[in-house]
Design a binder for this molecule. Structure first.
Ligand code: SME
Length: 156
């Protein structure tokens, strides 16, 4: 990966996952580390499918400003689109995307990466940037690798 921070962060998350007490502490470690090491990752958080209502995402551990979007139906938002499509969604310019649900007025671009366990989507990691067109294929690969570490933890 071109940005050395990417491989360092993946390695640290992998190390932490080896001894993490539970999934929530691994998630918190992940978003804190990502937001600290990558300056253009201005908000990082998890949305997980509600086990009681699989059509709804629930806000999990996050790093950054609080958001009013604590529950998002899978039919709404960029977050919903990533679940509905079953793949990573990159939005270069959120102001040009009618699906976008605003969290912060400063957000310009977003990437949402689904997380799977035993082949099924269980949630996603959501990153917002104050920079327009902040995320490219390298970011996608990096976040998908982070997601795979979380998958391995859940499947243990
Ligand atoms: N922007 C997301 C909503 C979540 S906030 O960014 C934290 C969306 O459009 O689904």
């Amino acid at each position: 990966m071109a940005n050395p921070a990417f491989s360092e962060v993946v390695a640290e998350i992998r190390r932490f996952a080896g001894t993490a007490a539970d999934f929530a502490s691994l998630q918190q470690f992940c978003v804190d580390l990502i937001a600290q090491r990558l300056p253009y990752y201005n908000w990082a958080g998890f949305y997980m499918l509600d086990p009681g209502d699989e059509n709804c995402l629930v806000l999990g551990p996050f790093h950054g400003a609080p958001t009013e979007h604590v529950r998002i139906p899978v039919t709404e938002g960029i977050c919903g689109a990533a679940v509905a499509q079953g793949q990573t969604v990159i939005v270069e310019d959120v102001s040009a995307d009618p699906r976008y649900l605003a969290c912060s007025l400063e957000t310009r671009s977003e990437i949402v990466v689904p997380i799977r366990a035993r082949g099924k989507i269980v949630g996603e990691i959501d990153i917002d940037s104050h920079t327009l067109n902040a995320f490219n294929e390298e970011d996608r690969r990096f976040l998908e690798e982070c997601g795979e570490v979380l998958t391995q933890f859940l499947e243990k």
